[in-house]
Design a protein around this ligand. Structure first.
Ligand code: PEP
Ligand code: MG
Length: 381
């Protein structure tokens, strides 16, 4: 492995959401965290209940806050929604800060890319059909509770026909800005706390699912205002990098514009594959896709091995991004980051690092070295 490490050009980072995973990956030689999915932290134990409490009033509270900001009088119900929402979000902020402190400590001195919340909110709520059955059964047996009926109404109001193309990623933070605010505070306050204990945390904040530069610019404004407030309150300067995932084809095609607002890009090739092929990543593998591979309609499963057209789109984004910012940092954090054949393609495209699950780190180190040697040999021919 040390021979491989000497030969490779790309770094190997890891996808990890927990301190134990980060420590494990570090033992395997990971040089940073390329993707910390913060929503996983929302699902653990007591947190799910807190998150649900926040989601149930999130839209009402956000509308009420906008109304108050424009000077309008709020009703008692609106005021209540804000109080309930803020209390739940404050609890989450404390819990998330603790999580980030743990991750920064485990990766001390190495970069940690923290991605703000990404999945559609209904994923944190009970399933629509199950809740419908529960309420219908209770109604026929004498009456469902108000709480269950309200929950059903909220789940229905959030239901989307195509949730993967719906209210998720950066869209979520733009519609409910408190998500961006609490996560920014939790990340930066964790960084301050770990630094004060003598550590060296290196935070990079990443925005998912950007397709238009304005989405990133607006999110950045929101985030920077919050970061300034954190600095003022703590009386210290906090250093962090701000970047985005490139996982929507429009984002890749407009990477030159997007690079004006980002210090780094990380390719989310799970979503980029989904949106380039138009295949649902949640359904395709259980359905026609395996048959496609079996019958050689497709040479490989593109969710496992980077497809050439998707890699081509990445190359466009790399060239356009670097035309705006020659020192733009570029990585990959989709599942392909741990697949040797895909790692070869990442080397050819010129990425700076691949990020993969902890257990794939050794394989990725070896593949990155083989890819660098192959590329160098091809260049010398
Ligand atoms: C991706 O889309 O490749 C990615 C890493 O994000 P997620 O899988 O969480 O959507
Ligand atoms: Mg994604």
């Amino acid at each position: 492995m040390p021979w491989a490490d000497e030969l490779r050009r790309m770094q190997v980072w890891t996808n990890a959401d927990k301190p134990e995973e980060a420590a494990q990956a570090r033992r395997y030689g990971a040089q940073g965290i390329g993707l910390c999915r913060t929503e996983h932290m929302f699902r653990e134990g007591e947190r799910l209940e807190i998150v649900r409490g926040a989601i149930l009033v999130a839209n009402e509270a956000t509308r009420a806050k906008a109304k108050a900001a424009s000077g309008e009088q709020l009703s008692a119900d609106e005021q209540d929604a804000i109080t309930t929402f803020d209390a739940a979000m404050a609890k989450l902020e404390v819990l998330q800060q603790g999580d980030f402190e743990g991750i920064f400590e485990a990766m001390d001195g190495l970069p940690v890319v923290v991605r703000l919340i990404d999945p559609p909110l209904h994923e944190f709520l009970p399933n629509l059909e199950e809740q419908l059955v529960k309420v219908t059964r209770a109604e026929s047996a004498g009456g469902a509770s108000e709480e269950d009926k309200e929950l059903l109404a909220t789940i229905k109001s959030m239901h989307e026909q195509n949730p993967m193309l719906g209210l998720r990623g950066c869209r979520l933070g733009l519609m409910i800005p408190d998500f961006v605010k609490i996560q920014t505070r939790a990340i930066l306050n964790a960084q301050i706390a770990v630094t004060q204990r003598g550590g060296n945390p290196i935070a990079k904040i990443m925005i998912p699912l950007v397709g238009h530069v304005n989405e990133l610019a607006r999110t950045r404004e929101l985030l920077e205002a919050e970061a300034k407030a954190v600095e003022q309150k703590a009386g210290v300067h906090v250093d962090y990098k701000f970047g985005t995932m490139i996982e929507v084809p429009r984002g890749a095609l407009t990477a030159d514009e997007i690079a004006h607002e980002a210090d780094f890009f990380s390719f989310g090739t799970n979503d980029l594959t989904q949106m380039t092929f138009g295949y649902s990543r949640d359904d395709a593998e259980g359905g026609f896709l395996l048959k496609y591979v079996e019958e050689k309609i497709l040479p490989v499963n593109p969710f496992q091995t980077l497809d050439d057209a998707v890699a081509g789109l990445m190359k466009v984004a790399v060239d356009r991004g670097r035309s705006t910012k020659p020192d733009l940092e570029l990585g990959i954090c989709g599942e392909h980051g741990g697949d040797p054949e895909s790692i070869f393609k990442c080397e050819r495209i010129g990425l700076d690092y691949v990020s993969c699950s902890p257990f794939r780190v050794p394989v990725a180190r070896l593949a990155a070295a083989q890819a660098a040697m192959t590329n160098a040999a091809e260049r010398d021919k």
